[in-house]
Ligand binder design. Structure first.
Ligand SMILES: Cc1ncc(COP(=O)(O)O)c(C=O)c1O
Length: 394
């Protein structure tokens, strides 16, 4: 039987990472392939207490259908949180979503028609490539450098007036771990003000997870409110609640609400109430400090092992936050899929870089996740991986 599926779904790639994760299920494999927050840091007891309190005091309200925009208390909390970065946000500009991933789907529905240009960083977040591909855009890219996007390439694209969206992850990017410098933020902000037809989407699930260096202002501060910020509770509390948000100008929020109504009416009322209760009872800053202490130690172990073991010509990022480091092999030595197969034989796994590119390149790159292994395991895993790299590069 043949089903008459849309081109849209048939052309959308399966999550390559989920496929890779199947191979790395074997517990004897040291896996740097995942992208999950460390579950030992989930505030389970505190959430249990918040859930009990929610049922006792807000009972039926927390279990009823609710507004699409989201729980007022949570929207107010999110708006207030931006003040720490010197940004003023009205709670009415906040839409609570089912993970920040849903924002990508909603924004695709609002902005992307078949063939519309969308600027991505090169490499870019796979989940966005997947979500936007559903709307059949034409991806154009700007190289991501150590301190942010290549501005000449960005201006060339923006100057055509064609790109409708510019999607970026300026803090501890997934997959590269890279962060935009203050100077690049200012310069990119100036470009975005010069070409205001293109809307900037600033996806920031990792921004709070800074373990070294200084926090920077979001790009939002430099774009006169024409950009959209995405945020998430997944990395600062738990991903299983599926709660994220979008901050945008009121006209965009109005239409995003319409799109969200059509998609799922609203995000889980109960989960929103429980998170709001948790945030009232506990210091999120203390919790984030625990996460950054842990991830900071894990990142340090990974970078130290790479510095010691990486063969000549291999470069890697030194993240100041988030969950990933990114390795670049000397060009033209073959596909890192072959390195992946060698590494699996040596019981160590990573994510080959190709799926983070929309132009079929990336064969000489790989993503390493450090949030899920002990420092000793990271050391051993990187030692094995670098041994495989030496064989691969021979
Ligand atoms: C850059 C980026 N954006 C968005 C998401 C989606 O997160 P969530 O839907 O859990 O908020 C992720 C998840 O890993 C991510 O890395």
């Amino acid at each position: 039987m043949s089903f008459r599926f849309t081109n849209r779904i048939q052309n959308t790639p399966k999550s390559f990472i989920r496929e890779i994760l199947k191979v790395t299920q074997d517990p004897s494999i040291i896996s740097f392939a995942g992208g999950l927050p460390n579950p030992s840091l989930f505030p389970i007891e505190a959430l249990q207490e918040a859930a009990r309190e929610t049922l006792a005091t807000a009972g039926a309200r927390a279990l009823q259908y609710s507004t699409t925009e989201g729980h007022a208390e949570l929207r107010a909390w999110i708006a207030a949180r931006y003040e720490r970065r010197g940004i003023s946000v009205d709670p009415d500009q906040v839409l609570i979503t089912t993970g920040s991933q849903q924002c990508l789907d909603l924004l695709g529905k609002l902005f992307i028609e078949n063939g519309d240009e969308v600027i991505l960083e090169r490499p870019s977040y796979l989940g966005t490539i997947q979500a936007f591909t559903m709307f059949e855009p034409r991806f154009v890219t700007v190289d991501l450098e150590e301190d942010g996007p290549n501005l000449e390439q960005a201006e060339k694209l923006l100057a055509t007036g064609r790109p409708k969206l510019f999607y970026a992850v300026p803090n501890f990017q997934n997959p590269s771990g890279l962060t935009y410098s203050r100077a690049k933020r200012e310069a990119l902000g100036a470009l975005l003000r010069k070409y205001p037809e293109t809307i900037f989407i600033e996806d920031d699930p990792y921004g709070e997870l800074r373990f070294s260096g200084e926090h920077h202002k979001p790009l939002y501060a430099f774009t006169e409110g024409r950009s959209i910020m995405l945020g998430s509770f997944s990395k600062i509390t738990v991903p299983g609640f599926r709660l994220g948000w979008m901050v945008a100008p009121p006209e965009i929020i109005r239409l995003a609400v319409k799109a969200k109504q059509a998609a799922d009416l609203h995000s889980s009322t109960f989960n929103q109430f429980v998170i709001a209760e948790y945030l009232k009872r506990h210091s999120i800053d203390d919790h984030i400090a625990k996460i950054t202490d842990r991830y900071g130690a894990q990142a340090k172990a990974m970078v130290a092992a790479l510095e010691r073991e990486a063969p000549a010509g291999v470069s890697f990022t030194r993240p100041e936050g988030g969950m990933f480091s990114w390795v670049t092999l000397p060009a033209g030595k073959g596909s890192c899929m072959d390195l992946f197969n060698l590494a699996i034989e040596q019981k160590v796994a990573f994510v080959p870089g190709m799926p983070f590119y929309t132009d079929g390149t990336g064969q000489d790159t790989l993503r390493l996740n450090f949030s899920n292994a002990s420092e000793a395991t990271i050391d051993e895993g990187i030692t094995r991986l670098c041994r495989c790299m030496r064989d691969f590069l021979k």
